[in-house]
Design a protein around this ligand. Structure first.
Ligand code: COA
Length: 183
């Protein structure tokens, strides 16, 4: 743990790259596990199971990686297994978000041992750079209204609340705050 922390403190060895199809199984495992760890305590187990099965499989992630409307960024330390990921999605926007020139930060997850270590900051900078490279002038996202830590993180990175939308976990319609950041 100490070795790991010292590497991250200096940001040495942190690599961010676009996922390739060979990364789909590792991404599915990381995505399902980080979602579960973040939200299982506050969700009904049946809803959680249904969501994990419908959203995080190697086949789905392979299709996402191959989808030209999506960017999937993976973070590794010295070419080890992925420890964080972000996905950007060009497409329809939520109420309150400009219809033109805005890209969605669809998913943004850091594995628990690496939270609070600056990895999320590095990944956010990479996500913003990717959105700019795609020609976006703003980045938007939906974050559960009860996810205070993520909201604090996004606030530090220039996101402001502009609306709300519904995100369904299994059979449970939950309210997300919609946040927007000018690039
Ligand atoms: C959201 C996430 C990416 C942020 O990364 P991080 O490395 O934890 O970011 P930070 O350490 O900068 O923490 C964010 C801020 O929240 C604060 N915070 C920590 N725990 C908190 C809590 N329980 N409630 C409210 N704020 C909290 C931190 O103090 C920090 O603010 P500060 O820098 O002013 O002290 C990461 O926590 C994560 O992956 N969480 C689980 C998945 C998730 O929620 N993803 C977002 C889905 S929309």
């Amino acid at each position: 743990m100490n070795d790991v922390n010292s590497k991250v403190d200096s940001q040495r060895g942190v690599e961010i790259h676009d996922a390739g199809v060979a990364d789909a199984p590792a991404l599915a495992e990381l995505a399902a596990r980080t979602f579960f760890e973040a939200f299982a305590a506050d969700n009904n187990p049946d809803d959680m199971r249904a969501h994990l099965e419908s959203a995080y499989t190697p086949a789905l992630h392979r299709a996402e990686i191959e989808n030209p409307s999506l960017d999937t960024l993976l973070v590794r330390i010295e070419s080890g297994p992925p420890i964080a990921y972000a996905q950007l999605r060009a497409g329809p926007v939520s109420h309150g978000v400009p219809g033109e020139g805005s890209i969605e930060l669809w998913r943004f997850y850091v594995d628990k041992p690496w939270q609070g270590q600056g990895i999320a900051h590095t990944l956010m900078e990479a996500a913003k750079a990717r959105a700019r490279r795609r020609g976006a002038s703003s980045l938007w996202l939906g974050v559960w209204e009860r996810n205070a830590r993520a909201q604090a993180f996004y606030g530090k990175h220039g996101f402001r609340k502009v609306g709300k939308h519904i995100f369904v976990v299994g059979s449970d319609p939950q309210t997300d705050d919609v946040m927007l950041c000018a690039l």
